[in-house]
Design a protein around this ligand. Sequence first.
Ligand code: ATP
Length: 275
Amino acid sequence: KKSYNKISSKQSTITFQDIGGQDIAKKELLEALDFIKERDSIIKLGIRPLKGILLIGPPGTGKTLLAKAAANYIDSVFLATSGSEFIEMYAGVGAQRIRKLFETAYQSAKKEEKNNAVIFIDEIDVLAGRRGQHNSHLEYDQTLNQLLVEMDGIKIEDDVRILVIGATNRHDILDPAILRPGRFDRIVKVDLPDRDSRLHILKIHTKNKPLSDDVNLEKIAKETFGFSGAHLESLTNEAAILAMREKEELIHERHFYEAIDKVIMGEKLNRKPTK
Ligand code: ATP
C-alpha cells in the first residue's frame, strides 16, 4: 500500500503515452487541461476556472498515473496524498493538514518557478463522504469543510494555479457538496481495461523485457479478462521473476501463464471484505 506520510512535491515524468487504454478518460482529461491552459481568455471572458477533477474507477486502473500525466502536461508540480492521511482522532488536525497541503503546493510551485500545482487526493471518499454520517463526524466534517474552503478560495488570477484531482472507487458515498460547480466540476470515469487496452498495457510493461517468440501478448490479453492495469503490471513482473528463477534469458509463454495464476491467487488472498 502506498504511503503518503510526508507530503512533498515531485516533478512527474509520466506522460499519457505511458498509460495503456483509457482513451476516453485521456481525451476528457486533455480537454479539461487544455481549457486550463487558456488562462487569458478565461480571465477576459470571466469564465469560472476549473479547480477540481474527479477520477472515478476501480483500484489499479491508472488513476494515479493519469493525475501524474496531467501534472506533467500542464507543467506543474505534483503533490500526492490520500484521504486517509487526514483522518485523525483530534479535532482540527485534519483541517490543519489540508491548509498545510495547499500552502505546500503553493510554496513548491514558487520554488520550482512553475505557474501550476496539481494536488492529487487518492481515496477522496474517506474525507469527502457525506457529512454527518461518520461516527466521529465532527472531525471529518471540519476536514471536508476546509477542503471546500481552500477550493473556493482558488482564483484564476492567482500566481500559482492549483488544480485538485481526486480519485475514488466509491463515488456513490461522496458528499454532494464536493460536486457542486466550482469544486469538482469534471468527472472522468476510469474503467477496467478491455481486451485492446489490456494488450496496450501489456506492451507498455514488456517494452524493456526480453520475450521469447512463443509469447503471444494478444492471447494473454484475451485471457486476462477482469485484470486491472496494476494486475497486468504485476503479471509481467512475476513472469520475469519466474524466468529468472529458471535461469532463463528470455521470458517464455509458460512463465506468463504461471504468473496469471499467481496474480489471481494473490487477489483471492488479498481480497478484503470491504471496498
Ligand atoms: P488505486 O485506486 O489503487 O490507487 P490507481 O487507479 O490509482 O489505483 P495506479 O496507481 O495508477 O492505479 O496504477 C498502479 C500501477 O498499475 C501503475 O503504477 C502501473 O504500473 C500499473 N497500471 C495501472 N493502470 C495502467 C495503465 N492504464 N497503463 C499502464 N500501467 C497501468
